[in-house]
Design a protein around this ligand. Structure first.
Ligand code: AR6
Length: 167
């Protein structure tokens, strides 16, 4: 099993100098609020232009929950943005495997792109309402075995940082 360094940062994912930044997108790939809004705002129109091409091509029906796809990072300091769609929290259905898939598929795609370093936000814990402690546990388990050297979780507020850094 390969062991990567796992880091926790309280901050803004759009500021990270890593090979890949992961976006907590939605299936339309055409932008939204939260991390998605911040990445498109700061990364510039090039990212959205590539997302539109993806929608016009292989992803005509949108990106499925748990899957991941890459674009340029535009004006961001990263080389690529990997867009993944987290599951919306459900109290009646266990969607944990989909949240794990987001992390696994993002890591696999980053490795295919030749990335060594990646930054994840706390996928699904904002607009998609996933309880933070549970999301942290799932994210941790999902990133244990990877070819990458560095996995950085970038948490936007203290409560989320605490849940990820001290599970
Ligand atoms: N850097 C790091 N983390 C951030 C940033 C940032 N710049 N901005 C917000 N967060 P969310 P989701 C945190 O809602 O729950 C969008 O509309 C935020 O505080 O971005 O997966 C998409 O288009 C929270 O802890 O993603 C989808 O429709 C975490 O990032 C939907 O939201 C995730 O919150 C996806 O919802």
């Amino acid at each position: 099993m390969d062991v990567a360094t796992i880091e926790y940062v309280l901050g803004d994912i759009t500021e990270q100098e890593v090979d890949v930044i992961v976006n907590a997108a939605n299936s339309s790939l055409l932008g939204g609020g939260g991390v998605d809004g911040a990445i498109h705002r700061k990364g510039g129109p090039e990212i959205l232009a590539e997302c539109r091409k993806l929608r016009a091509g292989h992803y005509g029906g949108g990106l499925k929950t748990g899957q991941a796809v890459a674009t340029t990072a535009g004006r961001l300091r990263a080389r690529h943005v990997v867009h993944t769609v987290g599951p919306v929290w459900s109290a009646t259905e266990d969607r944990s495997a989909l949240l794990a898939d987001c992390h696994r598929n993002s890591l696999d795609l980053a490795a295919e792109l030749g990335a060594r370093t990646i930054a994840f936000p706390a996928i699904s814990t904002g607009i998609y309402r996933w309880p933070v402690e549970d999301a942290a546990r799932i994210a941790h388990e999902a990133v244990q075995d990877t070819e990458l050297d560095l996995i950085r979780f970038v948490l936007f507020d203290q409560r989320t940082y605490d849940a990820f850094a001290r599970p």
